[in-house]
Design a protein around this ligand. Structure first.
Ligand code: SF4
Ligand code: SF3
Length: 552
C-alpha cells in the first residue's frame, strides 16, 4: 500500500484510497500530508502549557503560530493542495517552528521543552523517507478500528474548523480558544490512554467549537461586508475579458474587485463563491457580473469555456487540464504543481492580483453556457427580517415543513438523488440550503409559497451557521423546548471535511434525525456509527420515494 486516505465521500470503494486519490492527489502527496499533520501535533504539544492569558500577552508572536497551524491544516483538506513542494517546505517550517517554540517555552519556564536540533528542518527528504515515515504515523497505524474512527472523525472536524477560523483570521477576527481546542484535539489523537467515552466527549466538544468557528466567521463576514440580502444573481455573460473567482475567501473577493475596478476586466464567481453576490459591499462594483457555472466538480468543462483567468482561493480545485492550466492561479492554502501562486501580502498591504488582471486583459470573453438568474441571500438576518411572513405561512399551513439540504456537491452519479428529492418534495415544503450542494436544485423552477421562494440559500457551507440561527429563532417564536419539535428535517450531502465540521456543529446543537448521504463516511466504523445512530438517530439515505415517505 502506497498511501491511505479515507477523509472524503469519494474515497475508493467507500473504503480508502491506497495508491493515488480519486481526487487526483498522488500517493507521495498524501503521505506528505500525513507527515505534516504529524509534525503539527509536535507544535501542538509544545504549546500545551501556554495559557490563553499568555497567548494574549504575547499576542503577535502567538498569532503568527495560530495562523500557521490553521493554514497548514487547511492545506490538507480535500482538493486544496496537490503540490509536493508545498508540503515539503511546510513540514520543514513546522519542524523549525516546533524546535524554536520548544526553546521559547523552556525559556519562559512553561515546561520541559528542550531545544534539540536547530537544523532539524534542514533535512533532505526523499520519496523513500516520506513513504517510510508515513507508514509509521499514517491513519492505519492506529490499529483498533473504533479508536481510529473516533480519531479521524475528530481530525476531520478540526480541519474544517481550521478552515473557517483561517477565513475569520484573514478578516482580522482572532479565535485563540478555537486554536487551543484544535491543538488539544490533535494531541489527543496520539494519546493511547484515552477511554472511548473521553474520545466521544472530544468529538462532541469539537461540535461546540465548530459552532464557535462558524459564528466567528459569520461575524467577520457580516461586519466586513454587511448582511447578505435577497439577490437575483445573473448567470449569463457579458462581452468583456474576465476573471473567475472560486473558493470561499471573501477577503480575496474584496481585494480583487477593488483592483479590477476601471480595468475593463469583469469578475464572475464560481462554485462556493456564488454567495459573494449576496453581500451589500460587493454589489457596488459594476464590473461584478454574476456567477458562472456550477459546483466545483464541473470545473474542467466550465473553466475551459470561461476563457479568462481563474483564481482558486480555497478548495475545491480539480487537477487542471493542460488546456487551461496557464490561466489558473492559486492563493492561500491552495496549490498545484506548475500553477502560479499569489502570495500573502506584507502585513497591512493588499494581496497583489495584478498578474491575474494583466493576463485576463489578453484573453477572450467567456463563452455563454446559460442565461437567466438565480435567487439567494437568505442568511439569518434576511430570513429573520421575513420571520413574520414565514411564521404566518407555517401557522396557516401554507408551509408544512422545512427541509435542510445543505452541504457539498460531488461528482458521484448517485447525487442525482438530491435533484430528484428536491423535485419530489411536496409543494408546501421549503428547502433551506448552504454550501455547494445547492447546485443540484438551485436552477430548477420550484416556485414559491406566498412569495417566499421554495429554495432559500443562506450562502457558503460555513453559512450553515445561519440555518442553525434560523432554527433556534423559530424554536423561540413557536415556544418550543426542543429544536427537534420544529417542522424541520435534515437531508445533508457531504463530500469533504468542512461538512464534517458542520455535522458536528448540528449534533452539538442537539439536532437529531439527520440523514447523511450519498454514503455514510468510510471513516465511521460500525461501532462508531452505532453510537451516532443511538445518540443522534443519524441515518443514511435510500431512494427518493421511500425517503420522502419516511421524512415527510
Ligand atoms: Fe481519496 Fe478523498 Fe483522500 Fe482524495 S481526499 S485521497 S479522494 S479519500
Ligand atoms: Fe463545496 Fe468543496 Fe464542500 Fe464549501 S467547495 S461545500 S465541496
Amino acid at each position: 500500500m502506497k498511501m491511505f486516505c479515507y477523509q472524503c465521500q469519494e474515497t475508493l470503494g467507500n473504503k480508502g484510497c491506497t495508491v493515488n486519490g480519486i481526487c487526483g492527489k498522488k500517493g507521495d502527496v498524501a503521505n506528505l500530508q500525513d507527515l505534516l499533520l504529524y509534525a503539527l501535533k509536535g507544535v501542538a504539544i509544545f504549546r500545551k502549557n501556554i495559557s490563553l492569558e499568555i497567548r494574549k500577552e504575547y499576542r503577535e508572536m502567538c498569532s503568527e503560530v495560530d495562523k500557521f497551524i490553521l493554514e497548514q491544516l487547511f492545506s490538507t483538506i480535500t482538493n486544496a493542495n496537490f503540490d509536493r513542494n508545498y508540503f515539503i517546505e511546510a513540514i520543514k517550517e513546522t519542524i523549525k517552528m516546533r524546535e524554536i517554540g520548544k526553546q521559547k517555552v523552556a525559556e519562559m519556564g512553561l515546561g520541559a521543552g528542550k531545544f534539540t536540533d536547530h537544523d532539524a528542518a534542514n533535512f533532505t527528504i526523499t520519496d523513500a523517507d516520506i513513504d517510510a515515515k508515513a507508514a509509521t504515523i499514517g491513519v492505519l497505524t492506529t490499529e483498533n478500528e473504533d479508536v481510529r474512527s473516533l480519531r479521524e472523525l475528530l481530525t476531520y472536524g478540526v480541519k474544517g474548523m481550521a478552515a473557517y477560523a483561517d477565513h475569520a483570521l484573514r478578516l482580522g477576527k482572532e479565535a485563540k480558544e478555537i486554536v487551543m481546542f484544535i491543538e488539544k484535539a490533535l494531541i489527543s489523537t496520539l494519546d493511547d490512554s484515552l477511554s472511548v467515552d473521553e474520545m466521544v466527549g472530544l468529538v462532541l466538544e469539537a461540535g461546540k467549537y465548530s459552532v464557535d468557528a462558524m459564528a466567528v466567521l459569520d461575524a467577520a463576514n457580516t461586519e466586513s461586508y454587511g448582511h447578505p440580502e435577497i439577490t437575483e444573481v445573473n448567470i449569463g455573460v457579458r462581452k468583456n475579458p474576465a476573471i473567475l473567482i472560486s473558493g470561499h475567501d471573501l477577503k480575496d473577493m474584496e481585494e480583487l474587485l477593488e483592483q479590477t475596478k476601471g480595468t475593463g476586466v469583469d469578475v464572475y464567481t464560481h462554485g462556493e463563491m456564488l454567495p459573494a453576490n449576496y453581500y451589500p459591499a460587493f454589489k457596488k462594483y459594476d464590473h461584478f457580473v454574476g456567477n458562472y457555472g456550477n459546483a466545483w466538480w464541473k470545473q474542467k468543462e466550465e473553466f475551459e469555456k470561461f476563457n479568462g483567468a481563474i483564481i482558486l482561493t480555497t478548495n475545491c480545485l480539480v487537477p487542471p487540464k493542460d488546456s487551461y492550466k496557464n490561466r489558473v492561479f492559486t492563493t492561500n492554502s491552495v496549490g498545484f504543481d506548475g500553477v502560479k501562486h499569489i502570495a500573502d501580502p506584507e502585513k497591512g498591504k493588499a494581496k497583489d492580483f495584478s498578474a491575474v488582471i494583466e493576463l485576463a486583459k489578453t484573453l477572450p470573453a467567456p463563452t455563454e453556457i446559460e442565461t437567466g438568474k438565480i435567487v439567494g441571500g437568505f442568511a439569518h438576518n434576511q430570513v429573520l427580517a421575513l420571520a413574520d411572513k414565514i411564521v404566518d405561512a407555517v401557522k396557516s399551513g401554507a408551509i408544512k415543513k422545512f427541509v435542510v439540504m445543505a452541504g457539498c456537491d460531488g461528482r458521484q452519479k448517485g447525487r442525482n438523488y438530491y435533484t430528484d428529492f428536491a423535485q419530489a418534495l411536496p409543494k408546501d415544503t421549503i428547502i433551506l440550503t448552504a454550501g455547494c450542494a445547492k447546485y443540484r436544485y438551485n436552477k430548477l423552477d420550484l416556485g414559491d409559497i406566498d412569495g417566499i421562494p421554495r429554495v432559500l440559500d443562506a450562502g457558503q457551507c460555513n453559512d450553515s451557521y445561519s440555518l442553525a440561527v434560523i432554527a433556534l429563532k423559530l424554536k423561540e417564536v413557536f415556544g418550543l423546548d426542543d429544536i427537534n419539535d420544529l417542522p424541520i428535517i435534515y437531508n445533508i450531502a457531504w463530500y469533504e471535511q468542512k461538512a464534517v465540521t458542520v455535522l458536528l456543529a448540528l449534533l452539538y446543537l442537539g439536532v437529531k434525525n439527520i440523514h447523511l448521504g450519498p454514503t455514510l463516511p468510510a471513516f465511521l466504523s460500525p461501532n462508531v456509527t452505532k453510537v451516532l445512530v443511538e445518540k443522534f438517530d443519524i441515518a443514511g439515505i435510500t431512494n427518493v420515494e421511500d425517503d420522502i415517505k419516511d421524512m415527510i
